[in-house]
Design a protein around this ligand. Structure first.
Ligand SMILES: *Cc1c(COP(=O)(O)O)cnc(C)c1O
Length: 465
């Protein structure tokens, strides 16, 4: 027997597992020099609800939904079942020229659930890709090509994005992202985008309301759109929460203003709900809270309940029709080998079934209220500058003197220390810089939330000591 995953020694010995991993794996979003010394690798052999279980039986609470993808807990049997059934029926088929029912039914149901705004052309067509970044690339290319196909406004080639936004790691998606850590080294490769000030409420002036700051940001956007009138094809943003940018949140009034401004300037609005979609913010989609509908909607992450990679881009009929032509070149020729994979679509359909049957959004409202109660005592902590929440996302921003203008020096690696402490105590937090956040699977119960809150408190103490 070779070293199979049944290797008994590995299953019993977390350290042997770690060395075997580090001998061959290059982990994502990781300075590998930090393994194993600074950063212990967490071996996971099973998932159960909100828990990750290690080879030695050690249990770790997944407070970050495994990079924001998991919705109903690990191993949710209804999704697992649907995947098995689909895998035995049709595992995959080319989606160019062929059709399969999971793709059709999922498109029908996503369009029926998508945000709507009265008097607007609804989202009418679904294009599949296989991860979030690819979905963003699709939306950007569609907006750009729509104008290129028309040919009457040759200067409409630019994108507007928001400061501190994040849309993925591929070159196009990175070009409309504004997080220096991910972006800076690739700057020479990136296409040029215009960045508008973030509506982020954390940036509000002393005494200014979140809505007041959002209005200021919208005014600045209006000036930018005026200055570049006729040059912009689309604006892309993360509605309500800039997640990778530190769980920075904004008032929904900003989205209303953006919708109006995009209409005035003939610019497509791309809503990237890859992280905030599927109930994370308290409504099924974040755009609902502003009563707006985008022209292009990007979905991924929770789309399959966190089981399989899949993304969907929903587009209006107007956009779709801009590609209908006698010329093949005017078609949208973008494709990925695994586009619309039937097993991933089946996982997404099972996810939508759960939303229907379990009244997930209402349950989330109760869970979110409990999260708020548990986080409230942290507000007065001497190193806490902000506790903010939008639905099932709660963030705690740390600062030296508990004030926004006194951030910790980056070299102190506050987040890293908090991470290590929390993992030692059985909770997986994955701070973004000095921002600790809770974004748990929706199945999280009261006792589990209490554990997260307790470990967060001690992690802050340990990291700032
Ligand atoms: C995660 C994320 C992406 C990228 O999705 P991947 O599947 O990681 O490529 C894009 N936009 C937002 C808002 C995200 O949070």
């Amino acid at each position: 027997m070779g070293k199979t995953h049944h290797d008994a020694a590995i299953l019993a010995d977390a350290d042997a597992w770690r060395s075997r991993d580090l001998a061959v794996l290059w982990h994502p979003c990781t300075q590998m020099r930090e393994h194993p010394g600074t950063l212990p690798l967490l071996p996971v052999s099973r998932g159960e609800g909100a828990w990750l279980v290690g080879p030695d039986g050690r249990r770790t609470l997944d407070a970050v939904s495994s990079w924001w993808v998991n919705l109903f807990g690990h191993g949710e049997p209804r999704i697992a079942e649907a995947i098995g059934r689909q895998a035995r029926t049709l595992e995959h088929v080319i989606l160019a020229g062929c059709s399969h029912l999971p793709a059709v039914e999922l498109a029908e149901r996503l369009l029926a659930l998508a945000p709507r705004q009265s008097g607007r052309d609804p989202l009418a067509k679904v294009f599949y890709a296989d991860n979030g970044s690819a979905g963003v690339e699709v939306a950007l290319k569609m907006a750009f090509q729509w104008f290129a196909n028309r040919g009457d406004e040759p200067r409409r080639t630019k994108f507007v994005a928001l400061e501190n936004g994040y849309h993925g790691e591929t070159i196009g998606a990175l070009s409309v992202g504004d997080i220096p850590l991910y972006r800076r080294v690739y700057a020479p490769l990136l296409m040029e985008a215009l960045f508008a000030p973030s509506p982020d409420a954390y940036l509000a002036r002393e005494g200014q309301s979140a809505a007041g700051h959002a209005e200021d940001a919208a005014d600045a956007l209006a000036r930018l759109l005026d200055e570049h009138a006729g040059e912009i094809c689309a604006l892309v943003l993360e509605p309500l929460v800039q997640c990778a940018g530190g769980m920075r949140m904004h008032d929904p009034v900003y989205l209303k203003r953006v919708r109006e401004l995009c209409d005035v300037h003939g610019v497509f609005l791309i809503a990237d709900e890859i992280a905030v979609g599927f109930g994370r913010t308290g409504t099924l989609f974040a755009c609902e809270q502003a009563g707006i509908q985008p022209d292009l909607l990007c979905l991924s992450k929770g789309l399959t309940g966190g089981f399989l990679p899949l993304s969907a881009v929903l587009a209006t009929q107007v956009i779709y029709e801009g590609f209908l032509d006698d010329s093949r070149e005017r078609a949208f020729l973008h494709s990925h080998s695994y586009t619309g994979n039937p097993i991933a679509c089946a996982a997404a359909l099972a996810t939508l079934d759960i939303f229907e049957r379990d009244d997930v959004v209402a349950r989330n409202r109760r869970t979110a209220a409990r999260m708020a109660e548990l986080a409230a005592p942290l507000r007065t902590h001497r190193h806490v500058a902000d506790v903010r929440q939008t639905g099932m996302i709660l963030a705690i921003e740390l600062a030296q003197d508990g004030r926004r203008d006194t951030p910790f020096e980056a070299t102190r690696r506050i987040g890293l220390h908090a991470y290590r402490h929390a993992v030692d105590r059985g909770v997986l937090l994955r701070p973004l810089g000095d921002v600790l956040y809770w974004m748990p699977p929706y199945c999280i119960d009261d006792a589990e939330l209490e554990l997260i809150a307790d470990v967060t408190r001690t992690a802050i103490e340990a990291a700032t000591a």
